[in-house]
Structures are given as C-alpha cells and as structure tokens.
Design a protein around this ligand. Structure first.
Ligand SMILES: CC(C)(COP(=O)(O)OP(=O)(O)OC[C@H]1O[C@@H](n2cnc3c(N)ncnc32)[C@H](O)[C@@H]1OP(=O)(O)O)[C@@H](O)C(=O)NCCC(=O)NCCS
Length: 195
C-alpha cells in the first residue's frame, strides 16, 4: 500500500462564546478541525497518558489557534494524525516550583510570549518527523502573525525535553520542575525572528 500523504489544517480561535465539548458529546457544535484535534488529544493524553478527560478542554481552547495534521492514503478518507495548539499572550502567571517543594508564591516574570501546547502525534505515525513538522508549522505562523517579540514558551514533559532541545528550545531552570497530571514538566524557551 502507498505511504500516506500529510497536510495540515488550521483552526482560528473558536471565540469566547463557543461552547466547546468533548468530541463524543451530543449536541456538538465544535468547529470541525477542533473536533478532529480533540480526537487526537483524547487518544494521546486521556487514553494513553491517563490525563483527566474533564481537564482536556481548558480555558485557553477558545482563544487559541489549533492545527491538525491529517494523513490521507489512496482511496481512503483523511485521518487526524497529529495536533498542536498555539496560545497567544497573555499567559497565566507561572508559580515557580521545584521537585522538593510545593509551589511557592514567587511568580516568574517574562515578556509577552506565545505558548505551544497539546503537541501530539498518534502512535502509528510517530518517528516520521511529523512532530517536528507541526512545531515548525506553528513557529513559522508565529513569526509572521505575532504582535510580540518572538519569544515562544513550552511546558515540556521531561520525556520529550530532548525533542524540544533538538527543535532549538532551551530549558529555563529558573521556572523549576512541576507536576501536571502526574507528569513532571520543565519550562523551555525559543526565540524566533518576527517578520
Ligand atoms: C512527542 C511526540 C509529539 C513526538 O512526535 P514524533 O512525530 O514522533 O516526533 P518527530 O519524529 O518529529 O521527532 C522530532 C525530533 O525529536 C526527537 N524526538 C522525538 N520524540 C522524542 C522523545 N520522546 N525523546 C527525545 N527525542 C525525541 C526525534 O529524534 C527528532 O529529532 P531530529 O528531527 O533532530 O532527528 C510524540 O511522541 C507524542 O505524541 N507523544 C505523546 C504526547 C506527548 O508526550 N506530547 C508532548 C507534550 S509536552
């Protein structure tokens, strides 16, 4: 069978009035691309990584840009294979924490930045360079559409810290290490040239 081809679709922010629901819920008036993004997010973060389904849609979803990577094989419909979300500024204040202490009241201050979140590739499509393709797609978009100075933040699961390092992100140890849904995270930054 021929290898699938891949292309991405972008979903603009659904807007604060959008009633976003899990893809299986009825009634469901989610934008189509957002629904496809949620199918990947539910599979990877909820089914595979055991994060809570209730927390999967959060307050950033209505104001974020979403990309879905689709796989198309000859003679078949396209399948959602990957996803990434770009959260525009402002970001929620970051409470600095370390492994050995609970979150302190100290807040990390930084310039306005965008945040890349919910990066996921379906298991059968991993290791093909598609995660890199999605991150680079969002970074290229940010470089020409942002009204900020080019600073990009990720909260990386420690297991994928090396992936982000290979994509040019640097760990900022001053942000500490913290637990989200039972998974240790670090903060990493990259600066892109804004056109
Ligand atoms: C992390 C994830 C998105 C990577 O997707 P992928 O399509 O397999 O990644 P790619 O094939 O594009 O790899 C990109 C680069 O990162 C590296 N890489 C990928 N996964 C890695 C990992 N787990 N650890 C270290 N490096 C990794 C690759 O070697 C590659 O490097 P190169 O381009 O310099 O050769 C995918 O494994 C996934 O969905 N995991 C579960 C969800 C998750 O953990 N998301 C991250 C949330 S912070």
């Amino acid at each position: 069978m021929a290898s699938p081809t891949f292309n991405t679709s972008i979903q603009e922010p659904p807007g604060h009035n959008a009633k976003l629901v899990l893809p299986t819920e009825d009634p469901n008036t989610n934008p189509t691309v957002f629904n496809d993004a949620m199918k990947v997010r539910m599979h990877v973060f909820v089914d595979e990584q055991k994060c809570s389904a209730e927390a999967e849609i959060d307050s950033d979803d209505t104001r974020s840009w979403h990309w879905v990577l689709y796989a198309t094989s000859t003679g078949s419909t396209r399948t959602p294979a990957g996803v990434i979300r770009l959260v525009p500024p402002p970001q929620a204040p970051h409470l600095v924490a370390s492994k050995s202490e609970s979150k302190s009241g100290k807040q990390e201050q930084h310039e306005a930045c965008i945040k890349l979140t919910r990066v996921a590739i379906m298991p059968e499509y991993r290791g093909l360079g598609l995660g890199r393709k999605l991150v680079e797609t969002a970074l290229e978009w940010a470089a020409v559409h942002g009204r900020w100075r080019g600073l990009i933040l990720v909260h990386a699961q420690v297991d994928v810290e090396q992936m982000y390092a290979r994509l040019g992100f640097e760990t900022d140890e001053s942000l500490g290490r913290w637990d989200e849904e039972g998974i240790e995270h670090v903060g990493m930054y990259k600066r892109v040239v804004v056109h």
